[in-house]
Design a binder for this molecule. Structure first.
Ligand SMILES: Nc1nc2c(c(=O)[nH]1)N[C@H]1C(S)=C(S)[C@@H](COP(=O)(O)O)O[C@H]1N2
Ligand SMILES: [Mo]
Length: 406
């Protein structure tokens, strides 16, 4: 009798991770069988998301939060935006997962299993702000192509892992190293194995920073598959595209990394301001590094009704890339005057900071509450959409909510 081909244990584990439950009789599942829970492709079930998350694209999955969903001090999985450039890896074999470090600036390439990483190096936990470079893109005019993120492509979770600097020091990188570039296990949307969906990186100085992690846990648990299980690079404060998910190789480069989506207009902005709609030459585009100062009002929801005579307690988060936020203000008169909010210190560098204020209104009517953060260099958020750029990056305009007092 010919034995049937059964699905591999590693595949089962991945599927169970996506479904969020053990597939009890999974061993009986024929090879290439797609469980119904995955066929449905209901992203809310698939990724365990809050029902109010907003799907912008399903091939690949791109999903954002609404402002009030980001009210938690530490973003939970269910409220965390998902941004994929390609297809989520399907056959994650954790037991055989290796991270290879190679490139021009190492004398010899080296591989580490997940076990090596966890046992050889000290583990660190940091809350890190991870914001997509294209967050806020939907407001640019003329419009920029790409996912039309509004405000919800930002998160600040607890990440646990080893410091990239410790791994790089273990290998010993050459003095001509200038950049690192990650490679990952996701598949190009065309399924062409010779194409990478994305392969970005950061300069060595950022790679060697205290808080730059090779993470295997998010909020105390295995990283969800959608966010990079089983290994993810986390570069807090920089465009989230530098935080490679499903990382299996890091190249130490003696040039600025030239991987997919490092060149042309990808994750780059004009080095000098241009007029809206201008065509900008590639050589006049500069790689985005630290993200700009920004904030988000997470309570109340826009549209809140307040009883006349009551004060309203507002709150939210503010962040400023590599810098700390120094001042947080709000306005109820369209930016004519500003009042100071209470602003907490960050839990650690590169974590967002919480703010709150008690707002009173002079009389019944319609108001907008605008929120404005200022970074440690004294640079504040613009009230309106800042410098237009071809791909619609770095919109850090003041967030605003509407309220009615009656
Ligand atoms: N391997 C891999 N890493 C990736 C991506 C990707 O498509 N593939 N997308 C990047 C981009 S553009 C963003 S904004 C963040 C999103 O992280 P999240 O989905 O965990 O929120 O992952 C980054 N890392
Ligand atoms: Mo992104």
């Amino acid at each position: 009798m010919k034995r049937r081909n059964f699905v591999k244990k590693a595949t089962l584990t991945t599927m169970a991770g996506i479904i969020g439950a053990d597939i009890v009789f999974g061993a009986n599942m024929p090879l290439n069988y797609n469980p119904m829970a995955l066929q449905d492709a209901d992203p809310f079930q698939l990724f365990g998301l809050d029902k109010e998350m907003v799907v912008l694209n399903d091939k690949p999955w791109n999903i954002e939060a609404k402002a009030h969903l980001l009210d938690e001090k530490i973003t939970s999985n269910k409220n965390m935006f998902i941004r994929n450039n390609g297809l989520i890896p399907e056959n994650i074999d954790v037991d055989n997962w290796v991270l290879t470090i190679d490139g021009e600036s190492v004398s010899e390439s080296k591989t580490y299993s997940l076990k090596d990483l966890k046992s050889k190096f000290k583990q660190y936990t940091y809350q890190l702000t991870v914001e997509c470079g294209g967050n806020g893109r939907s407001e640019f005019n003329p419009p920029a192509k790409g996912n039309q993120w509004t405000i919800g492509a930002v998160s600040c979770a607890n990440w646990t892992g080893v410091r990239l600097q410790d791994v790089l020091n273990d290998i010993g990188i050459k003095s001509d190293a200038v950049y690192i570039g990650y490679h990952a296990a996701d598949t190009h949307i065309s399924r062409d194995p010779n194409k990478e969906p994305i392969s970005r990186g950061v300069p060595i100085a950022k790679a060697m920073q205290e808080e730059t992690l090779l993470a295997f846990k998010m909020n105390g648990e295995d990283i969800p598959v959608s966010h990079g299980y089983p290994l993810r690079l986390v570069c807090g404060g920089w465009p989230a595209s530098t935080s490679g998910k499903w990382v299996n190789r890091i190249s130490i480069r003696n040039i600025v990394h030239d991987g997919t989506k490092m060149m042309g207009t990808a994750y780059r902005v004009p080095c000098n301001a241009v007029a809206p709609g201008d065509v900008v030459k590639d050589e006049d585009m500069c790689i985005i590094e630290s993200m700009p100062v920004k904030s988000l009002l997470t309570y109340p929801k826009s549209g809140a009704m307040i009883k006349d005579g009551n004060t309203l307690n507002i709150r939210g988060h503010a962040w400023a890339g590599e810098l700390a936020v120094e001042k947080m203000e709000y306005s109820i008169d369209f930016g004519a005057t500003w009042k100071v909010c209470t602003l907490d210190k960050p839990v650690n560098r590169l974590a967002w900071q919480h703010f709150s204020a008690s707002v009173s209104f002079p009389k019944k009517g319609y108001y907008e509450i605008w929120a404005k953060a200022t970074d440690a260099n004294g640079v504040g958020q613009p009230m309106l959409v800042p410098g237009w750029n071809p791909k619609g990056y770095l919109n850090n305009a003041c967030h605003r909510i509407a309220v009615k007092v009656n």
